[in-house]
Design a protein around this ligand. Structure first.
Ligand code: PMP
Length: 412
């Protein structure tokens, strides 16, 4: 594997669209392999932000003037782009949030006020990110519900027999990650949703990594909620999307109170706005929401399937090269895996690996990846993680593997 155009994507041309990639770090061309934490932004996204602030910055909805109308239109066009991206059936089911963290907090908080009761069970999994653990713990504390955790098998996949046993008529919520940020495992979320629905539970899918690497069809998945963060899918930070099934959102109470989410306010009583505005109190993150559309269209133009193939080819190549390093163990060997490579090396601390690679211009992430319970379960303090995006190349993978060998030689 050695060509920049070995997949159906012209990576060389595509890299030109990402200004940040063209720089030297510590005298070496930057290799950015920290995409699971956040991806870099293409020029169209950066330009969309600049255009908004230079040409039509304005608060949205209710505005009588030209700029307000233009900003409102762009904001709502972005909602439509997000609807298409997730294949939701209507824009009323597409809520703008800050990201997955806010989405889980929103859903867990609302369900704790209107759905969960003492003795109910919330089922999550061992591989969840902290943001899909802590809000549920808070909801359980508030309601007396109990958190149940699906264990993993030796490959780092969900133990589906145990999942089956844990999902019972007491289960009121199932909340699982689509793709693990720490292991790369792609979970069988459709099957899990089916099991949870069969016992009458509501379902939440954390799509922070899933929406980046896989085509998402919320109607096909039949989940009640699905969330992703813009910043991992080539959009700015501070904007994300929560899909919610209309019939569920209509029954739930609002999350935050304030402007925009109301129909009528008196000192005695307030009536709430229609969906999706009922869940968007206050002035939203207009600029980043508008730019999100350009990122989603950028992804759609390349095609999720082509991106996944490209990233999985990089993963296979990288796994093959780094596995030759003495004492290196890949953490997460699921049969279905996205472009995330976690590993530990005997006798070498992951933090030192990260620092030495950075000296050679290579950005990876090291540590617990906001999955402390998973690390504890695996008996690890942390891992080193290289995660791939559409603009990464086989040549970068080769330089990374060579640099990693060099780092290991220096540290041993
Ligand atoms: N879930 C997963 C699987 C993630 O990878 C992340 C981000 N690392 C999150 C949730 C939280 O996303 P955010 O910080 O954008 O809210």
């Amino acid at each position: 594997m050695s060509s920049l155009t070995s997949s159906s994507i012209d990576v060389r041309a595509l890299r030109e669209e990402f200004p940040v990639l063209h720089q030297q770090i510590n005298g070496k061309p930057l290799i950015y392999f920290d995409n699971a934490a956040t991806s870099q932004k293409p020029r169209v996204v950066i330009e969309a932000l600049k255009q908004y602030y230079e040409q039509y910055n304005s608060n949205i909805h209710r505005g009588a003037h030209h700029l307000a109308a233009k900003a409102t239109e762009a904001y709502e066009q972005s909602r439509e782009a997000a609807r298409r991206f997730l294949n939701a059936s209507s824009i009323e089911e597409v809520l703008f949030v800050r990201g997955v963290t806010e989405a889980v907090n929103l859903v867990a908080d609302c369900l704790s006020r209107a759905w969960l009761q003492a003795g109910d069970e919330v089922v999550i999994s061992t591989m969840e990110h902290h943001s899909n653990i802590v809000p549920w713990q808070m909801a359980c504390e508030r309601t007396g519900a109990v958190l149940k955790v699906i264990p993993l098998n030796d490959l780092g996949e969900l133990d589906m027999a145990q999942a089956e046993a844990l999902i019972t008529p007491r289960t009121k919520v199932l909340s699982v990650v689509h793709i693990s940020n720490a292991l790369g495992t792609i979970n069988p979320v459709k099957e899990l949703v089916r099991k949870a629905k069969a016992v009458g539970a509501l379902t939440f899918i954390d799509g922070a990594q899933g929406a980046v690497h896989l085509p998402v069809d919320v109607q096909g998945l039949d989940c009640d909620f699905y969330a992703f963060s813009g910043h991992k899918v080539y959009a700015p930070t501070g904007i994300g999307v929560l899909y919610g099934r209309r019939s569920v959102l209509e029954k739930l109470p609002p999350y935050h109170g304030g402007g925009e989410m109301i129909k009528e306010v008196t000192f005695e009583k307030t009536t709430y706005n229609d969906l999706p505005f009922k869940y968007e109190a206050g002035t939203p993150n207009i600029a980043d929401a508008i730019a999100l559309r350009y990122a989603l269209e950028f992804v759609e133009q390349i095609g999720k399937e082509a991106m996944l193939r490209h990233e999985q080819a990089l993963l296979t190549y990288a796994t093959d090269l780094v596995s030759r390093i003495d004492g290196l163990q890949v953490i997460g060997q699921a049969k279905e895996k996205a472009g995330i490579l976690s590993f530990v090396i005997e006798g070498v601390h992951h933090h030192d690996v990260g620092v030495l690679l950075d000296n050679m211009g290579i950005a990876i992430r090291t540590g617990h990846h906001c999955t402390q319970p998973l690390m504890r379960y695996l008996g690890l303090e942390g891992t080193s993680r290289a995660s791939f995006a559409v603009y990464n190349t086989p040549e970068e993978v080769e330089r990374f593997a060579e640099a990693l060998q060099k780092a290991v030689n220096m540290l041993r």
